[in-house]
Ligand binder design. Structure first.
Ligand code: NAD
Length: 427
C-alpha cells in the first residue's frame, strides 16, 4: 500500500490505522461530518513510548519497548486493552486505540478510546519475568492511567493475572490503598466482574445470532469456522456450539483442525488447557490457517489477529456471514469485495464489543463497590450489544452501505455531537 504520511507522522502509517481512516473518511462524507471534527478524529491525542528494563531469571536485564496511546476522551475516560505480542509497534497501537474510540462510541458507552502494548513474545517469559515486565510497564505509564483517567484491560497475550499485577502496582505506588477501578478484566476476587472472562465470546455469538436472523438463516445446525482459540475464539466456539452450531474447524497459532461433523468444543477447550495448543486433538484432521479461512461454511469468526482476510484471499472466502471477533481481521478493500459478493460482515466495533461492555460494568461495580450476579451481567450485555447492532443495521439498510461503514457513521455521529457541544479548548 502507498505510504501517505510524512516521516514525523510515521506512527500513523500502519495498515490497521490506514484502513480505519479510510472508513472514517467515507463515513464522514456520508453524514456530512463537520470538517474540523473530522480533522481531530483523524489523529490520536497522545502517544507515549516507554523503555521497560526487566530483570530476567538468569539475572540479566532486558529492555523492552511499551506503548500507551490515548486516542480520544470526548465521551469519557480512556479505555482500551494492553497487548503483549512480538509484532506490537506504535502504528499498530494507534490503530487499535482508534478502533476503541469508535467502538465505545457506537456501543453508547461513556468512555473514550485508548490502547497499549509491549513488543514481547510473552510465551517465552517465565511467570516471574512476565510479572516483572508488567509491574515496570505499569509504573512507567502510571501517570497516564487511573480510575477516572484511563482504564486498561487484557488483550492478546495478557490475562486476568496480568491485570491483577497492574492493579497492585498502581495501588502500591499510591500509598498501598486498593484502587480496583484502575483496570478491568481482573480476577473476581479483587474486584473483577462475573461474566467478564467470556464476555467477548458471548457478544460475538449474540451478534452472530442477529446476523443469522437478518439473513434469514438459523445458527442451530449451521457450520461455523473459528480462527484463533484464545479468550475470544474459544468462548465464541463454545457458545455457538451450545446453540446447536457445528464448529467444523478452529485454529491457533500452531495451525488448524477440521471435522466436518463438528468438533466437540468442551473437550477441545479441556485439551487446549492441558496441552497449551489445539494441535493433536483426536477425531480431527489438520488444516493450515489459510485453508481454514476458505472452508465452505455458513459463518466464519476470525478471532485471532488483524488483516487475515485481504485482497489476496477475499474472493475465495465461502462463508455467508463473517463475525469479526478480532480487531480488524478483514481489510477495507476485502470488505468491499466480500460485500459485492453478498457476504454479510458484522464489524469488529460491535461484534467484539462484549469485552468492553462488561469491562464497563466491572468499572461501574468497582466504583460502587457493589457487585451484580452473572445473569444480570449477561442480560445487560445482550441488551446493549443487540441495541447497537440494530442501530447500525437500520443505518446500513436505509443508506444501502455495508455494516462497517454504517457502524463508523453511527459512531462518529455521536462523537461529532459531543465534540461540538464540548467545543475546542481554549477556543
Ligand atoms: P488470545 O491471546 O487469548 O488468543 C489469540 C488466539 O489467536 C490464540 O489462540 C493464538 O494462538 C491465535 N493466533 C495467533 N496468531 C494466529 C494466526 N496467525 N493464525 C491463527 N491463530 C492465531 O487473544 P484474545 O483476547 O482472544 O484476542 C483475539 C482478538 O480479539 C484480538 O484481535 C483482540 O484485539 C480482539 N479482542 C479481544 C477482546 C478480549 O476481551 N479478549 C475484546 C475485544 C477484541
Amino acid at each position: 500500500m502507498e505510504h501517505i504520511f510524512p516521516s514525523h507522522e510515521a506512527h500513523l502509517d500502519g495498515p490497521l490505522f490506514r484502513n480505519a481512516r479510510l472508513v472514517l473518511e467515507d463515513a464522514a462524507q456520508l453524514i456530512n461530518c463537520d470538517p474540523n471534527v473530522l480533522e481531530r478524529l483523524k489523529r490520536p491525542r497522545k502517544c507515549v513510548t516507554v523503555s521497560i528494563p526487566v530483570r530476567m531469571d538468569d539475572y540479566s536485564v532486558k529492555v523492552f519497548t511499551g506503548y500507551r496511546v490515548q486516542y480520544n476522551s470526548t465521551l469519557g475516560p480512556y479505555k482500551g486493552g494492553i497487548r503483549y505480542h512480538q509484532n506490537v509497534d506504535l502504528p499498530e497501537v494507534v490503530g487499535l486505540a482508534a478502533l476503541m474510540t469508535f467502538k465505545n462510541s457506537v456501543l453508547g458507552l461513556p468512555l473514550g478510546g485508548a490502547k497499549g502494548g509491549v513488543a514481547v513474545d510473552s510465551s517465552k517469559l517465565s511467570r516471574t519475568e512476565k510479572q516483572n515486565l508488567t509491574r515496570r510497564f505499569t509504573s512507567e505509564i502510571s501517570d497516564l492511567i487511573g480510575p477516572t483517567r484511563d482504564i486498561p484491560a487484557p488483550d492478546v497475550g495478557t490475562d486476568p493475572q496480568t491485570m491483577a499485577w497492574m492493579m497492585d502496582t498502581f495501588s502500591q505506588e499510591r500509598g498501598g490503598y486498593a484502587q480496583h477501578a484502575v483496570v478491568t478484566g481482573k480476577p473476581v476476587e479483587i474486584g473483577g466482574s462475573l461474566g467478564r472472562n467470556h464476555a467477548t465470546g458471548l457478544g460475538v455469538v449474540y451478534i452472530a445470532e442477529k446476523a443469522f436472523e437478518k439473513n434469514g438463516m438459523n445458527m442451530d445446525g449451521s457450520r461455523i469456522v473459528v480462527q484463533g482459540f484464545g479468550n475470544v475464539g474459544s468462548f465464541a466456539a463454545l457458545f455457538a456450539h451450545q446453540r446447536g452450531a457445528k464448529i467444523i474447524a478452529v485454529s491457533d497459532v500452531s495451525g488448524g483442525i477440521f471435522n466436518g461433523d463438528g468438533l466437540n468444543i468442551p473437550e477441545l477447550i479441556e485439551y487446549a488447557k492441558q496441552n497449551k495448543t489445539i494441535k493433536g486433538f483426536p477425531h480431527a484432521t489438520e488444516i493450515d490457517n489459510k485453508a481454514l479461512l476458505e472452508l465452505d461454511c455458513e459463518a466464519l469468526f476470525p478471532c485471532a489477529l488483524e488483516n487475515q482476510i485481504d485482497t489476496d484471499n477475499a474472493e475465495r472466502i465461502k462463508a455467508k456471514i463473517i463475525v469479526e471477533g478480532a480487531n480488524g481481521p478483514v481489510t477495507n478493500a476485502a470488505t468491499k469485495i466480500l460485500t459485492q459478493r453478498g457476504v454479510f460482515i458484522a464489524p469488529d466495533v460491535v461484534a467484539n464489543g462484549g469485552g468492553v461492555i462488561v469491562s464497563y460494568f466491572e468499572w461501574v461495580q468497582d466504583i460502587m463497590s457493589f457487585f451484580w450476579d452473572e445473569e444480570e451481567i449477561n442480560d445487560r450485555l445482550k441488551s446493549i450489544i443487540t441495541k447497537a447492532f440494530e442501530t447500525i443495521y437500520r443505518f446500513h439498510a436505509e443508506k444501502k452501505v455495508d455494516m462497517r461503514l454504517a457502524a463508523m457513521a453511527v459512531s462518529i455521529q455521536r462523537l461529532e455531537k459531543a465534540m461540538l457541544m464540548r467545543g475546542l479548548y481554549p477556543r
